[in-house]
Design a protein around this ligand. Structure first.
Ligand code: DGL
Length: 280
């Protein structure tokens, strides 16, 4: 059986991470799962995000993925630790692995900020979890983190409203509110994988002195490094250069949107799946 790398997100956002991972590891096979029918996750409770993420990861495991990347900050903030510590050890193959996006992002943060004052934008769930502040305090206590939840941004992306006046309005509002907290922020972490899809609007309202942190590139580089350090996992992964896409929404709808997000000339035939009682 082929053993692709599983990539999970609540919807389309993880495609921004998938794209960078694929550029870094073009020979590998990938299986992407977007839980579009139940997105957004960002406004949901810990229990619900954990339960949704657990069933999605179990589905990717059942499809043969020995390694799953949570290409979702909300799931990484709220479900990753419980999945790694409580669920994986009890599974029938405890050598499988689940990795998130927050740790690799924080690991790269110090090198990118000169003022050591970093802004983080994310969903309500990610910001309320304070995961970025906590990870940063562990690795780089000299860095100050200023954060802002942007609850309207994911619905704008999931509903194809990125180029509209509504997107301008909500992007401007949250950037102003973040920068009002601190004027010396020089690096902005888009702590939600959907947000790069709003990059043109973000750049429009962000002062040129502030750089947007490249989360996709960092996660991809960190995964590449992980595979070099874990040859036992690397040996389990198949190489055919293929990618398959699963969605809990209508397959057609996903295919159309994913083609836009992946840069226009990608042809995608997504498959619809149901997530019910999958377990590890
Ligand atoms: N793209 C996800 C994230 O990085 C989740 C967004 C959502 O479903 O609210 O946080």
């Amino acid at each position: 059986m082929a053993s692709p790398i599983g990539i999970f997100d609540s919807g389309y956002g993880g495609l921004t991470i998938f794209q960078k991972i694929r550029e870094a590891l073009p020979a590998y096979d990938f299986l992407y799962l977007g839980d579009n029918a139940r997105a957004p996750y960002g406004t949901r409770s810990f229990e619900v995000v954990y339960e949704f993420t657990r069933t999605a990861v179990a589905k990717l495991f059942a499809c043969g993925c020995p390694l799953v990347i949570l290409a979702c900050n909300t799931a990484s903030a709220k479900a990753l630790r419980t999945l790694q510590q409580d669920d994986l050890p009890k599974s029938d193959d405890p050598a499988r692995r689940i990795l998130g996006v927050i740790r690799p992002t924080v690991e790269a943060a110090d090198a990118l900020s000169r003022t050591k004052r970093i802004g983080v934008l994310g969903t309500e769930g990610t910001i309320a979890s304070r995961s970025y502040e906590l990870e940063m305090a562990k690795l780089f206590p000299q860095i100050r983190v200023f954060s802002e939840a942007c609850p309207m941004w994911v619905p704008l992306v999931e509903n194809g409203e990125t180029g509209t006046p509504a997107a301008d309005f909500f992007v401007k509002r949250h950037l102003e509110s973040l920068l009002a907290q601190d004027e010396e922020i020089d690096t902005l972490i888009l702590g939600c994988t959907h947000y790069p899809l709003l990059l043109p609007q973000i750049r429009k309202f962000l002062p040129p002195s502030v750089s947007v942190f490249p989360q996709g590139e960092c996660v991809a580089a960190s995964l590449k490094d992980y595979l070099t350090r874990h040859p036992e996992m690397d040996a389990r992964l198949s190489r055919g250069g293929n990618a398959r896409f699963l969605t809990t929404e209508a397959a057609e709808r996903f295919s159309r949107a994913a083609e836009v997000f992946l840069g226009g000339n990608a042809e995608i035939a997504a498959e619809h799946i149901e997530l019910r009682d999958e377990c590890f």
